[in-house]
Design a protein around this ligand. Structure first.
Ligand code: AHR
Length: 503
């Protein structure tokens, strides 16, 4: 019999709410149409932000939103996106789809969106093609509360008070689209640029994020840290609060990628196996970070992750629009369990991307909106945010899969919130077999009860469409039985299950 043993005596750190963060880029229909429709749209909106999307994102307790890119960030000149909309520059989004970018969504609109969402802010600066002065002035424009050219400009543009920038990315993918730099060159640039991202309000210091590696480029991690720490007196070590990591799951590799909705069992397991690789990446990059930062003061920030498939037939290849099935739900469930278990080092993660791009939680078409299977996983996992990770051990769980693509039958993570309620999230990775698991407590003793339980399940390719928006949705879960201090659960194949257990 498979068992999940939870040790309530062993807490392993706090799960940063920001692990459940999101990413929005000026790419395809993410910002424009997806979140921002403008004040004059027929689609219900508040100050241009879609009400349906804002409300849905509040339901999953969105903790933080990264903007404006991605690759777009290193081509973005923030002054193009302020002031009267009619005079803002129109230009071509050369990186994504060659469409007109009218800059109607800029700095003020981003902070308005985050205000409506009630989430933290993560602004990504332009190191690749922008100047030190430009980056410095953006920080001044956003956060300075005194008399200065940029603070005065912000006020002239209608915003008296400064905003709070919680996180600031000093470039994006500078090993690639952000300037094709070598690690030591980028790290020197990082040192210089971040110097001028001033902390104007010592009570709200900006957390500065350094560009980290792509996938398994361990040489980048080591090279950046070596240069960053070289000739750096200890009092300056706060100059790097986070180091990023990007990892996308492409079932058939970067060139081919593979369809979002048409796949067989072999590709199902291949995709999940690739999602599980996130654990190895965190472990190995984390080991290198430990050499430089044994106290784990620098956070690992996985600010781009998710499935990247071939675009939906008939859509602009530069828009990266893809459907989202039960397979995406399992990738999300597996990955979020991995992040929870690494909460000592991983302090933020941002799914790419929030609406209409890659592994989105929401798809829109005109005035219609669909919540994807991935959305429901984020909803089911929301109680992990800010909770204490508990030690949990699975026994009697084997592997499942086809050929070389073997994966564990089940993955899980367990946390306890401030009210003492325990959240258990379980994934059954098998497409065909159910799995019985007894959830036990190391301390034993005492009746347990299940306060809430829900499930997301379906056939592996099942997804939601505008015609059938609730084909895959979170439902009440009844496949459990409480027996004294044990909770006996039957996980249906291809499922994500959440239990909230109390004593
Ligand atoms: O999310 C799409 C793109 O993927 C981002 O712009 C870039 O940072 C990454 O390569």
């Amino acid at each position: 019999m498979a068992k999940l043993v939870i040790n309530e005596e062993k807490t392993k750190g706090t799960i940063a709410p920001e692990i459940y963060g999101h990413f929005s880029e000026h790419l395809g229909r993410c910002i424009y149409e997806g979140m921002y429709v403008g004040e004059h749209s027929d689609i219900p909106n508040v100050n241009g932000m879609r009400t349906d999307v804002v409300e849905a994102l509040k339901e999953i307790k969105i903790p933080v939103l990264r903007w404006p890119g991605g690759c777009f960030a290193d081509e973005y000149h923030w002054k193009d996106g302020i002031g009267p909309k009619e005079t803002r520059k129109k230009m071509i989004n050369t990186h994504w789809g060659g469409v007109v970018e009218d800059n109607s969504f800029g700095t003020h609109e981003y902070f308005e969106l985050c205000r409506q969402l009630g989430c933290k802010t993560y602004v990504n600066g332009n190191l690749g093609s922008g100047t030190v002065r430009e980056m410095s002035e953006w920080a001044e424009y956003m956060t300075f509360n005194g008399v200065s050219p940029m603070a005065d400009l912000r006020k002239a543009n209608g915003h008296e008070e400064p905003w709070t920038v919680d996180y600031f990315g000093v470039g994006n993918e500078n090993w690639g689209c952000g300037g094709n730099m070598r690690p030591s060159y980028y790290a020197d640039e990082y040192r210089r640029y971040q110097t001028y991202v001033r902390n104007y309000d010592p009570k709200k210091p900006i957390q500065k994020i350094c560009c980290g590696a792509n996938v398994d480029d361990y040489a980048w991690t080591r090279g950046v840290l070596e240069t960053a720490f070289d000739h750096t007196p200890p009092e300056f070590h706060g100059f790097m609060d986070g180091l990023s990591l990007h990892y996308y799951v492409h079932p058939e590799g970067w060139e081919i990628k593979g369809s979002a909705t048409e796949f067989d069992e072999e590709v199902w397991y291949k995709t999940l196996k690739k999602a599980l690789y996130m654990d190895t990446l965190i472990e190995r990059h984390g080991n290198i970070m430990d050499e430089f930062d044994p106290e784990k003061k620098i956070a690992m920030i996985v600010d781009e992750w998710g499935c990247w498939f071939t675009v939906e037939p008939g859509t602009n290849p530069g828009f990266l629009y893809q459907q989202n099935t039960m397979r995406d739900a399992l990738v999300a469930g597996i990955t979020l369990n991995i992040f929870n278990k690494h909460c000592d080092r991983v302090k933020m993660a941002n799914l790419a991307q929030i609406v209409n791009v890659l592994q989105s939680v929401i798809l829109t078409e005109g005035a219609s909106m669909v919540k994807t299977p991935t959305y429901h996983v984020f909803h089911m996992y929301r109680d992990h945010q800010g909770a204490e990770l508990l030690e949990s051990t699975l026994t009697g769980v084997g592997e499942t899969g086809t050929g070389e693509w073997q994966v564990p039958e089940v993955t899980e993570s367990v946390s306890r919130d401030a009210d003492g309620v325990i959240t258990v999230t379980l994934n059954n990775l098998s497409v065909s077999d159910k799995k019985d698991i007894d959830i036990c407590f190391a301390a034993g003793e005492g009746e347990r009860s299940v306060r809430e339980a829900s499930i997301l399940t379906g056939e592996m390719k099942q997804h939601n469409t505008f015609a059938e928006p609730d084909c895959v949705t979170e439902r009440a879960f009844e496949g459990y039985r409480v027996s004294g201090d044990k909770v006996c659960v039957t996980l249906p194949p291809c499922s994500v299950v959440r239990l909230r257990i109390e004593q």
